[in-house]
Design a protein around this ligand. Sequence first.
Ligand code: NAP
Length: 459
Amino acid sequence: MNLTSYFMEATYLVASILFILSLKKMSHPETARKGMFLAEAGMFAAIVGTLVGTHIVTWTWIIAGLAVGSIIGGWMAVSVPMTAMPQRTALSHAFGALAAALVGVGEFVVKGAEMGAVTRSALGFEVMLGALTTTGSLIAAGKLQGVIGGKPIQFRGQNAANLIVGLSMVSSFILFCIHPEMIAAFYTMLGVAFVFGVMLVIPIGSADMPVVMSLLNSYAGLAAAATGFVLSNNVLIIAGTLDGFSGFILSVLMCKAMNRSITNVLFGGFGAVIAEASSNAGGVMREISLDDAAMQLAFANRVIFVPGYGLATAQAQHAVRELGELLESRGVTVKYAIHPVAGRMPGHMNVLLAEANVPYSSLYEMEQINPEFSSTDVAVVIGANDVVNPDARDNPKSLIAGMPILEVDHAKSVIVLKRGQGRGFSGLENPLFFKPCTSMLYGDAKSSLSHLAQAVQHV
Ligand code: NAP
């Protein structure tokens, strides 16, 4: 090994250590930001190591790629709103997976039949997973953005069709591994994998898309790890494997939080059984005036804020923190209840509230806070709906039956801040809004919270 190879391996080692530390830090909201910086530093080290340590044939394409990638990435980082983050992430997975598939195709074109059996199998795996993740992620992004209908797309004989396409893809892969001279097998595998990615994701409703995305993320990671085997690149093997398994663990955790199994998410056609489902909702919703709501809050002893997706769309995180501080200055105990799938991505509420400098010590996870609602004077639901829907707990025929919820209906009084009578992501009516303990304060969450803060000051 020469000096540059030593340098490259050393930077890869540093990068791998940084990736592992970043994952560790990202497992807690308080350290997650640091985790992101460590991951960025790790990626920077890996890029520098690759550029310095590898024999570069020409810099033209590398510089062009860096420029185009930086412009697109920078533009996305600045212009994509927080609420569109899930579809942005899906697009990133599509790009990453396409890169892995293209590297595999490039290696096949250059080295072809010269490759040994193990490298060839890794290359086949990389191209197959990369291709199906590319189209699967594009469909996921389209569904989340609303470009493609969010409802599951299902048709008669779909499972049989999926099985045939899946088997053709795997057979071409095996054929390619056994007979490297059969170029057609390689390209058939590539084409069929693109089709299979579409077929895998279209039957899944957009409510389950975040779980699907994290699974696709895991596939993209495994494709990258296979690329590492093909290119004999250690950092790709390590980073790809970390990505693959952390993505899978995240999918399992999200399913747990929604009380669903992975197989049910992937093959259950969420939303398809809506005709059989029922809701306990009924009666009339009671509206509350701003002044009455302010009065309740100002004279409460204990208040719990329950943020949901509406808080994110309204960008009301600063307004809620200001109201919380105001109440605390009057001696009210204020806590924030975080449901694991509130919003549209894991940790969505943690990220928003951290951005507004809400102290971590005021954030409580579902299991911690649920026993406290019965001794709470006012639970303020801010743009949350599904995660506080009592049907999930009380109605076995509900589409979300069994999903753990924040039990706000146990509080003495519930004030719900939302714009109107819009439903949550599941599309279900929410009986909470009709309960005698609940009153509705209509309006955009940010402006309602600001007006509430002004009104509390005058109490
Ligand atoms: P939600 O059920 O989607 O409800 C959001 C509510 O916010 C709506 O009813 C809407 O009612 C209101 N809203 C929208 N814009 C608003 C604004 N500007 N001001 C005030 N209110 C506004 O939200 P959630 O309770 O957070 O539940 C999350 C859903 O996403 C769950 O079904 C969960 O399973 C799903 N999901 C999340 C994840 C994740 O990782 N976080 C993953 C998979 C699935 P109006 O239109 O009347 O205002």
